[in-house]
Design a protein around this ligand. Structure first.
Ligand code: PEP
Ligand code: MG
Length: 531
């Protein structure tokens, strides 16, 4: 892609415990006040919308507004900032103070308020942090940044960015996965990009080869224009594959599914001939809203995906929050978030959120084309516990005469070495497996998927990974269940043959990669390999 550069200069991030320089105090007070007033405005808009429908909800929002504008709290926060703490730090300190006060009272009504205070705190913090998201630029612009967050990639997609260049980041980080999903070319690990590229520079970004060309001359412009035409012709030719079967030369059927995160993207998956939606990373609903929505809003989201895909199956993975995806709602900042309260661990710590999501998914399963998928499995016990909670939620819905699929399948993500090693036991507890090669690689090879310094160690083709996957396939087939791969390796051009050889049944990839993959499947001859 060719386009003009826009630079995103990072805001200075201040750790809560570290004191800031005196000169920044004024600026931090402004940041705090701006965040409060924009959040109040946001609440007022919602209030207008719900006022007539729900007295309960509007009462809660009114209390939130009162709380945010409380002069005593405001003064306390400003005083903390004046003692040289950042706005975030001051908000956390004061709100936590308030919370402890509520928790320690004997009045149960007041104790309930404590969790509400936590929610307002989180909203206020994300309002402050989200300020850096308000980029605006013309279509086709190439964003140059130190690093990008998943929420920012969502915004770049809305603005139809032409490319992303970052100084740091990992190839399977969630931001990179999103960029691939939206087919936005991205080059990571471009050292010093923010100094070497100037705002408004003309850039060519070549995602195939990992090149950035700054202010290209005529020769380059001509060359890339020709390549672009050739690429478009290639895409047109791939279009002819939509109607053809996904079978290898020697006749083995391979199901091709799409990874889709938002209802609006289901159409593209169907158009390229996906047989179903192999992975919905539902946490993107949380990331794009900067909060965890309630049951009804979640239901509408899941239901829209299920209805648009119907009758094709949809695997809704329960929230994989934590790690690099979403830090809010966690009890505290963790030193090793990838090894912390992530995925199912977080949900089992917050069973209130887990139940809300399970009920929303169950309601969306009424047409029998929805499955649960559980991320970050490491123990038998977790799976048993979640299954018990699913049963309890089913009972609750039945008592209210709400429709759902009583036989809704449950799939497990195999993305930790532990899960692969005990896959023979896990297979007896579920209806299918889906291998998350991104995390399986991260945890097996002890290599951070978000860290460009160890990029060369992030080798999803390592024999260690292939052997683990083979183990998983054998356990699954012995127990009569299927295995898909939904991590990035599924779409990698060099991996197709190996994955099919070890017996993987289904591959789930971003829609933009599906036809290329079908092309490769159709060119693969497994007999030849067996020899
Ligand atoms: C994976 O880990 O491979 C996976 C599919 O899940 P995510 O990338 O969302 O962690
Ligand atoms: Mg994963």
């Amino acid at each position: 892609h060719q386009g003009k550069a826009v630079l995103v200069i990072p805001e200075q991030i201040v750790l809560p415990s570290i004191q800031i320089e005196r000169e920044r105090v004024e600026e931090e007070i402004n940041r705090y006040e701006l965040a409060v007033s924009s959040l109040i405005k946001e609440f007022e808009v919602i209030l207008k919308r719900v006022k007539d429908d729900s007295a309960n909800v509007s009462a809660i929002i009114e209390t939130n507004i009162l709380y945010l504008s409380d002069p005593v709290i405001k003064e306390a926060i400003i005083n903390i900032i004046k003692r040289r703490y950042s706005a975030e730090s001051a908000i956390i300190q004061e709100f936590d103070n308030q919370k402890h006060y509520f928790i320690s009272t004997k009045d149960s009504l007041l104790r309930d308020r404590a969790s509400e205070i936590d929610q307002i705190k989180e909203r206020l913090l994300s309002s402050i942090r989200n300020k850096c998201l308000v980029h605006n630029f013309p279509e086709g612009t190439i964003v140059v940044a130190q690093s990008v967050l998943p929420a920012e990639v969502l915004r770049f997609d809305e603005l139809k960015a032409g490319g992303i260049i970052t100084e740091v980041g990992g190839i399977t980080s969630h931001s990179s996965i999103l960029a691939r999903t939206f087919a936005i070319p991205e080059i990571i690990d471009v050292q010093n990009a923010l100094n070497r590229i100037k705002e408004g520079d003309e850039l060519i970004i070549d995602g195939y080869n990992g090149f950035v060309i700054v202010n290209p001359d005529e020769k380059f412009l001509k060359k890339y224009k020709e390549r672009k035409i050739a690429e478009e012709e290639h895409k047109k030719r791939l279009g002819d594959l939509v109607k053809l079967d996904s079978v290898t030369k020697d006749g083995r059927k391979v199901s091709l599914l799409a990874n889709v995160d938002f209802p609006k993207d289901v159409g593209a998956a169907i158009l390229v001939g996906a047989e179903g939606i192999g992975l919905v990373r539902t946490e993107h609903l949380v990331i794009s809203n900067a909060q965890i929505p309630g049951e009804d809003e979640q239901f509408r989201f899941y239901n829209e995906i299920a209805e648009r895909a119907y009758p094709k199956p949809v695997n809704l993975r329960i929230f994989d929050l934590g790690s690099d995806k979403y830090a809010e709602g966690l009890p505290r900042r963790e030193p090793n978030p990838a090894l912390g309260l992530r995925g199912m661990r977080f949900l089992l710590h917050r069973t209130d959120l887990l139940k809300t999501q399970i009920k929303a998914i169950l309601r969306a399963s009424k047409n029998k084309n929805v499955s649960f998928m559980l991320p970050m499995v490491t123990t038998i016990n977790e799976v048993v516990t979640v299954k018990r909670i699913i049963e309890a939620c089913k009972k609750e819905l039945s008592e209210k005469n709400i429709d759902y699929d009583t036989n809704i399948p449950i799939g497990l993500m195999i993305e930790t070495p532990a899960a692969a090693i005990i896959s023979d036991e896990l297979a007896k507890l579920c209806d299918f497996f889906s291998i998350g090669t991104n995390d399986l690689t991260q945890y097996t090879l002890a290599v951070d998927r978000d860290n460009e310094l160890v990029l060369e160690y992030f080798d999803a083709f390592s024999p260690a990974i292939i052997r683990l996957m083979k183990m998983v396939v054998d356990s699954a087939h012995k127990n009569g269940i299927s295995v898909s791969v939904c991590g990035d390796l599924a779409g990698h051009s060099a991996a197709t043959k190996t994955l099919l050889e070890i017996g993987i049944d289904k591959l789930s990839v971003p829609s933009s990669l599906l036809l290329e993959l079908k092309n490769r499947v159709r060119q693969t001859d497994l007999q030849e390999q067996e020899k």
